[in-house]
Design a protein around this ligand. Structure first.
Ligand code: IMP
Length: 431
């Protein structure tokens, strides 16, 4: 019966993959609904640290069929590389396990080149994209000129259209950005080989999801990026180009709202952001450095896709309230609470204020200039020094950690149904 939707409630990198990994143990289908290989989903399980960019995080659970849905943009080179890596870890990514919606769109190497050229041309106003071609591919999709994965069913014709697409992009690269071009023939040959390999994975994705839901099976919908990077409701223009919110699962996979039984918002116990754009609770001091870590551990705050250091700051409950409203969240999974251990005092933004006037709602629609005028109002809490990585029950957390989680529940108006206290699959605290 149910579709369960998992979305990020901040600016991405919340740790959605590990939440998807837990929930996937009971899922029949795990389906990615938005974004592309700009995403970096890390799952630590059974001694392995897997960094996934396109393949749904459910791939680690043998019982789940994994689908890359219509709302995703797929860099075929990146997908094939990722599949080969997964095979080297002994995982099955054959056509019966990993399915590709014929309606998902293709990212060409020239989409990536255009993304890079456009970012370079923007100079100090750059968005700070991952340069994975996401914006240009979604732009071609909206302009109705892009290739879809279903076109791979006829590899030779697909190759011809790839070459045409590359030529069109080359003209833009040269004329608009004075940038280097790429070889249409080489890319067409490369993409023709991918088409031959990937064609057996093609399915009617919405039919697969629809039939599973009709049959009473569980479909877990995996979102990429976070609420504030949403194309419509994020901090535009410092956003990604897809629908990141829970509604994006419906459009990105093609099913109706009556099937959604649970929407899980994933939030870090603090806030991070990669790339440019507003960040009201950002910490540009030692506390920010402590949250970021040194980069020696895979779970330190450095981008999974680009390796860029993430901007770090205090937890912002105004943002979480906004995510709760826009995505209709039922619950929160609070991730990385252990990172806060050892901080003497903790601050949490509970509202914003401008000229002494407080607001409790994130003022996203009025744009960046308006947003810059609002300052966070913090509530301060005592920290805890205990190592919480071995804790599994909420009641066994230090009192200060319990108070921190309770403040989140009270202020956002949602239950926190799990807290992660370490990178391993089983380091989860439940009520
Ligand atoms: P794009 O999606 O590569 O176009 O990048 C647009 C913005 O979204 C930039 O600020 C990126 O840093 C950010 N972004 C894209 N994907 C992710 C992600 O998976 N995690 C965090 N930030 C992301």
């Amino acid at each position: 019966m149910p579709a369960i939707v998992v979305v990020g409630a901040q600016w991405g990198d919340e740790g959605k993959a590990r939440v998807v990994d837990w929930l996937a143990s009971d899922a029949d289908v795990v389906a990615r609904f938005n974004g592309g290989d700009n995403a970096g989903h890390t799952v630590v399980a059974e001694g392995l640290t897997l960094k996934l960019h396109l393949v749904p995080s459910g791939i680690l659970r043998p019982g789940a069929t994994c689908l890359i849905g219509a709302g995703v943009v797929v860099n075929l080179r990146a997908l094939v590389k990722e599949m080969d890596e997964l095979v080297s870890y002994g995982l099955d990514v054959g056509p019966s396990r990993l399915k590709l919606s014929a309606a998902a769109h293709v990212i060409l190497p020239t989409h990536r080149a255009l993304d890079g050229a456009r970012e370079d041309a923007r100079g100090k106003d750059a968005i700070g994209t991952t340069k994975r071609g996401i914006g240009p591919a979604y732009a071609d999709k909206a302009a109705r000129v892009n290739l879809r994965l279903g076109d791979m069913a006829k590899p030779e014709e697909f190759a011809e259209r790839v070459a045409e697409g590359v030529r069109a992009h080359n003209r833009r690269l040269q004329e608009r950005y004075d940038a280097s071009t790429l070889s249409p023939e080489e890319i067409a040959a490369e993409y023709c080989a991918y088409a031959r390999r990937l064609a057996p994975h093609l399915v009617d994705g919405s039919a697969l999801v629809g039939e599973a839901l009709e049959a009473g099976k569980t479909v877990l919908c995996e979102g990429a990026q976070g609420m504030l990077l949403d194309i419509d409701h994020g901090t535009y223009p410092y956003v990604t180009s897809s629908s990141v919110i829970a509604g994006g699962a419906l459009t990105g996979l093609g099913f109706g709202p009556k099937y959604v039984s649970r929407v899980v918002g994933v939030a870090k116990a603090y806030t991070t952001r990669v790339g440019a754009g507003p960040f009201p609770t950002e910490l540009l001091d030692e506390t920010g450095d402590k949250l970021r870590g040194t980069g020696t551990n895979p779970w330190d705050e450095y981008g999974t896709t680009t390796g860029r250091p993430r901007r770090c700051g205090w937890l912002d409950l105004v943002i979480l309230r906004y995510a709760a409203r826009i995505s209709g969240l039922d619950e929160l999974a609070l991730v990385k609470l252990d990172v806060l251990s050892g901080l003497e005092r903790l601050k949490v933004a509970v509202a914003y204020e401008r000229d002494g006037e407080p607001i409790k709602h994130f003022p996203a629609e009025f744009g960046l200039e308006a947003l810059a005028e609002w300052r966070p109002i913090y509530e301060e809490l005592p920290g805890w020094t205990e190592d919480i990585m071995g804790v599994r029950k909420f009641a066994d957390l230090p009192a200060a950690a319990q108070a921190y989680v309770s403040l989140v529940e009270e202020q956002v108006g949602l239950p926190v149904t799990s807290v992660s206290a370490g990178p391993e699959r089983d380091q989860v605290v439940t009520p």
